[in-house]
Ligand binder design. Structure first.
Ligand code: AHR
Length: 500
């Protein structure tokens, strides 16, 4: 089977944005406690953060980290998490039926951001709270001093303001599961007024309004239209969230999940542009795809405790990922990159233990899941401009999306280094693809590195004892001759082909 791509540096979509490679740490399960934070761990730093997790976060190439939720934030009192740790209250976390001792709060998280070299992206509670509390946490974080909350921050050890740029106006307010769930009209008013007031404190912040929790939400499309009709001038981004999983053994549809992500992004962009036209405005609203991943939501591990059981940091949403999951994650990154003109930020949900590329053993080691690799390699090597591709690929039928192309790909071109990188997936469950890439527009190129993540058994997973045998391996078939790159792509595979 043959699939063809034509590359040309003249056809660029826009720059690769570092913020595409964001992640997410929620007070949920073992993401914070025994995830990033474990004071008794042998690698813990002076603030109780696991150095092994910090090291893996750097290796993963994470840019922004969204915090502290997620569904958690819609019941969160941020003031519980500041001041002397031993005086902080333990609270019920209704979203995940857990208890939170508040040992980690905003000051600790900002220390972790610094240690991990990541940019914080804060969410405010618009579920049980409103404009005032959003202003209070912004004052605490971003005002230099001389006021109640800014001086409290200084008293708590942070002399300089954090100057956090990215702020989410609540979380998934379209979802009936959300504490303080709202209609689009109710949320539109609250988000707009919160945004206006927050900008009075700090005009430099960038604000994300909640979009839809998935393209399958009954309010999808209308929600964005109503929220943006009200909030257009006061926000910079509208969010999008999407989780995918293999259902009822339908691997072909699962592997084509990026078809839904493409449709989601295109629909939200079209809706935002329709509002712009109707309201006679000029600025463009961008998309913050601030929750995306593979998540087996129906598995028992995703169900919170019940009754009188309100544990601290229970095992929740600890999905173990196989090779097919990693191929889908790689393909979702391809989709995000190809939309770099509209997607200006994204966060994989989440970073550690909770639907995450890395896992920790309490007191023990931190290890990489299969999905770690496509994220790390794409983050490390996508650079310069994203290129528009002409793709010609055989197709196959899927139950969910009809006919889909077996090949999906994106390419980047870094004019400074001269490097061209092709990220490609073969979504066929059965057939190898022989990929031919016309690179003649770039002159002479040679293969710098070619790797493929695949396995004859696509259900192969990493474990705490063996997380290295699932890593991508050199693809020996890749070669350039006469302005054409060829490579064999195994079924159910993700590949990175670097040329220079
Ligand atoms: O990431 C897990 C959960 O998924 C988040 O808390 C919520 O925002 C979404 O529904």
């Amino acid at each position: 089977t043959n699939a063809r791509i034509t590359l040309d540096p003249a056809f660029a979509v826009g720059p690769v944005r570092r913020r595409t490679f964001g992640s997410f740490v929620e007070h949920l399960g073992r993401a914070v406690y025994t995830g990033i934070h474990e004071p008794d761990h042998p690698t813990a730093d002076e603030n109780g953060f696991r150095q092994d997790v910090i090291d893996l976060t750097r290796e993963l190439g994470v840019s922004t980290v969204r915090y502290p939720g997620g569904n958690f934030v819609s019941g969160y009192r941020w003031e519980d998490g500041i001041g002397p740790v031993d005086q902080r209250p333990t609270r019920l976390d209704l979203a995940w039926h857990s208890s939170d001792p508040n040992h980690v709060g905003v000051d600790e998280f900002l220390k972790w951001s610094k240690a991990s070299g990541t940019e914080p992206m804060m969410a405010v509670n618009l579920g049980t709270r409103g404009v005032q509390e959003a202003l209070d946490i912004l004052e605490y974080c971003n005002v230099p001093g001389g006021t109640h909350y800014s001086d409290l921050r200084r008293k708590n050890g942070a002399e300089e303001p954090y100057r956090i740029k990215m702020w989410c106006l609540g979380n998934e307010m379209d979802g009936p599961w959300q504490i303080g769930h709202k209609t689009a009209e109710e949320y539109a008013r609250l988000a707009t007024e919160t945004a206006r007031a927050m900008r009075m404190i700090d005009p430099a912040i960038e604000l994300v309004a909640c979009g839809s929790s998935g393209s399958g939400m009954p309010t999808f499309g209308e929600w964005e239209r109503i929220v943006l009709t009200e909030a257009y001038e006061d926000v910079d981004y509208i969010s999008a969230h999407a989780y995918y999983y293999e259902e009822d053994g339908d691997l072909a549809s699962f592997l084509a999940s990026a078809v839904d992500m493409d449709h989601f992004i295109d629909s939200v962009a079209a809706t935002a542009d329709a509002v712009r036209a109707a309201r006679k405005l000029t600025k463009t609203i961008h998309i913050s795809f601030d929750e995306w991943n593979v998540w087996y939501q129906k598995r028992a591990e995703s169900r919170p405790p019940t009754g009188d059981d309100w544990p601290v940091a229970p095992v929740l949403l600890e999905d173990h990922y196989n090779v097919a999951d990693a191929v889908v994650v790689g393909n979702l990154l391809i989709s995000l990159l190809r939309h770099t003109d509209r997607v200006h930020a994204a966060s994989q949900a989440q970073l550690v233990n909770v639907i995450a590329p890395m896992m920790t053993e309490p007191g023990g080691r931190a290890w990489k899941q299969t999905i770690f690799h496509p994220f790390a390699l794409t983050s490390q090597h996508a650079a310069g401009q994203v290129l528009q591709l002409a793709i010609d690929s055989p197709g196959h039928e899927t139950a969910k999306f009809g006919e889909v192309a077996a090949l999906d790909a994106v390419a980047t071109h870094d004019a400074e280094t001269g490097e061209v990188v092709v990220f490609a997936v073969n979504r066929s469950t059965t057939d190898e693809l022989t990929l031919a890439v016309d690179t003649s527009a770039f002159g002479d190129l040679r293969v710098v590195e070619a790797v493929t993540l695949s396995n004859p058994d696509h259900t192969w997973q990493a474990s705490a004892d063996d997380d290295s045998s699932v890593a991508p391996r050199p693809n020996e078939s890749a070669a350039v001759t006469g302005g054409q790159l060829t490579a064999a792509l195994a079924p159910v595979s993700w590949s990175m082909l670097r040329l220079a």
